[in-house]
Write a protein that binds this ligand. Sequence first.
Ligand SMILES: Cc1cc2nc3c(=O)[nH]c(=O)nc-3n(C[C@H](O)[C@H](O)[C@H](O)COP(=O)(O)OP(=O)(O)OC[C@H]3O[C@@H](n4cnc5c(N)ncnc54)[C@H](O)[C@@H]3O)c2cc1C
Length: 386
Amino acid sequence: MKTYDVVIIGAGLAGLQCARLLARQGAEILLVDRKTELAKGVHTTGIFVRKTLEDFEFPAGTLGRAIRKVNLYSPCLRPIALESEKDEFRVGKMGVLYESLLRECTDRGVEFLGGARCVSAEVPADADSATIVRLEKNGSAFAVGARVLIGADGANSRVAKDLGLDENREWIVGYEEVFRSNNDGEPVLHCFLDARLAPGYLAWIADDGEEVHVGVGGYAAGFNPRAALREFREKTRHLYDPGEAEPVESRGGRIPVGGVLRRIANDHGLLIGDAAGAVSPLTAGGLDPAMRLSKFAAEIVAERLRTADPRVLRRYSGELFRARFVSRLWMRRVIKTFTSQRLLELGCVFLRGRVGRRFANHVFFGRGSFPDVEINHLPVRRLSKI
Ligand SMILES: Cc1cc2nc3c(=O)[nH]c(=O)nc-3n(C[C@H](O)[C@H](O)[C@H](O)COP(=O)(O)OP(=O)(O)OC[C@H]3O[C@@H](n4cnc5c(N)ncnc54)[C@H](O)[C@@H]3O)c2cc1C
């Protein structure tokens, strides 16, 4: 059985980002994904916010045109027009982006095992031994060893379970169809509040002139995303009508909205991205957190490999991030109580006023991001615990 410095399960944005940063440090890495081709089965809309675009470099040709205009609609389709002076959003061409990041990883020596599923991980009794990771590819079972196991395997993480770490408990479900755009005007993001078609979240039409993403998201209880999307498309046909055109893709999945989990590491491994619950509870945006938390995880893992001290991983705690999300978690609880269209319509009256508009501008255009934590700036209290 071959033992690697690091085995990463999941080659979504979090796993790829972590793999490429660790590869730069010379670690021997196995990156595993059950998908054979990363460009297929994309499940995210891929909207990146300004701060991510400013702080990270994206490979050429992986982003759509900049969006500055947002129209927010009440259940009765009364619009609130918001506009920023800056380029606020870009829709990632996610398939191209994943493939480009994977190329960087493999060029730097990362071994990629596509079409392989992580079946289980067996944690050894002592912290210094390797974790045994059981995999399956084309019906054959085999195992590899991992000095550090990283769970980047999404919202319903197998690795979290097997490492005995915290697991996501609160989700919304998102589902969308993607069409080719024939909009040669200004790119625009339309967001819709609707307690029936998007309970507890939003429906959206994002048209950047290249692709149009039409989707709905909401709490799973009593919500049928496909039926809701059909109805939503009818309701908004005056705003976007693809005519006879069929969608080029449909995408969907769970989005954890309970905030960053507390226990996201132990001596054997750690979690990143959706597996760690690293998603904004308010906006359900997980791409910025996937990039930032993976960067921090890569620093911690590099330190663990350098010092050969498994306890270093204990510095990687969800508690470092949770405090920053308290207000957003409260707002999520409030949003959850807006279960009637009338209440939402009233909420929109508030959003049209001066204070409400300022709030809406802050939510859509505030330069918020997942907190950046660097290994050299961890709170002293945490360091002394080791
Ligand atoms: C419909 C929808 C729209 C969204 N839109 C946005 C948006 O516009 N902007 C935004 O910021 N966020 C958005 N999000 C959230 C965002 O997409 C996620 O937070 C982000 O993609 C998480 O990345 P990840 O790498 O952690 O997980 P994932 O992208 O889920 O990657 C996990 C990978 O692990 C692999 N995997 C899972 N289990 C195993 C296993 N057992 N063995 C091997 N491989 C495994 C999967 O194949 C997958 O490739 C959206 C989510 C959804 C569902």
